[in-house]
Design a binder for this molecule. Structure first.
Ligand code: COA
Length: 183
């Protein structure tokens, strides 16, 4: 059986594409970084091998299914700057969750906003999604701001100890965006 076509998404400055082994180094700058991972749902990845294993898994996935991850790359040089994914896609309820991370040196340039807006359009327009969720640790002001600029609304929380990150639990706020509310 032939592989389904991976949904490449282009924006003004970015191409969201399938991961390749070439992206391991760039992704380790995010997954291996203590600051970038401080509000993630797992501890930082201590070794390149751990990042390589996750990049391999992300590279295998084709859409649409219950999760899919895109490498966020710069169109001008194909350099990977981070990752965006949907996960916990529940087709019956028309619902999924988004996750995003950029390597610290690429933050603060509007890349996350550009990439997330494209994925939101894809989820609403091509996956028949009605509701997009983002779970965010209360101290994660950058992610809260990102969600709010894209039209997400704060709906509740902290939901206590929702994530286990190594030997600690993390509480999260629930943000939601319904079809028709996107900016
Ligand atoms: C969240 C993250 C992806 C934002 O990436 P980014 O490319 O720097 O974000 P953008 O430049 O697109 O900015 C989006 C909005 O967030 C705001 N923002 C970005 N960083 C911020 C910060 N540290 N504090 C407050 N606001 C911030 C921007 O000003 C912008 O809002 P505006 O349009 O009103 O000006 C990045 O900080 C990151 O990778 N964090 C670590 C991973 C993480 O916590 N992921 C989420 C787990 S739920």
């Amino acid at each position: 059986m032939s592989r389904p076509k991976f949904p490449v998404l282009d924006t003004e400055r970015l191409r969201l594409r399938r991961f390749t082994p070439r992206d391991v180094e760039a992704m380790h700058a995010a997954f291996g970084n203590t600051t970038a991972m401080r509000y993630w749902n797992s501890p930082r990845f201590k070794t390149r091998a751990e990042t390589a294993r996750v990049v391999r898994a992300m590279a295998k996935a084709d859409g649409p299914q219950w999760w899919l991850a895109w490498a966020i790359t710069r169109r001008r040089d194909d350099r990977c700057v981070g990752m965006i994914n949907y996960h916990h896609r529940d087709v019956g309820n028309g619902r999924l969750e988004l996750g995003w991370i950029l390597a610290p040196r690429h933050q603060g340039r509007g890349y996350a906003r550009e990439a997330t807006a494209a994925v939101i359009d894809y989820c609403f327009d091509r996956l028949d999604t009605h509701r997009i969720e983002a779970m965010i640790v209360p101290e994660n002001t950058a992610s809260i701001r990102l969600a709010e600029t894209l039209g997400f609304r704060f709906e509740g929380g902290p939901i206590r100890d929702r994530w286990r990150a190594g030997d600690e639990y993390r509480s999260v706020l629930m943000y939601g965006l319904l079809a028709g509310e996107r900016r």
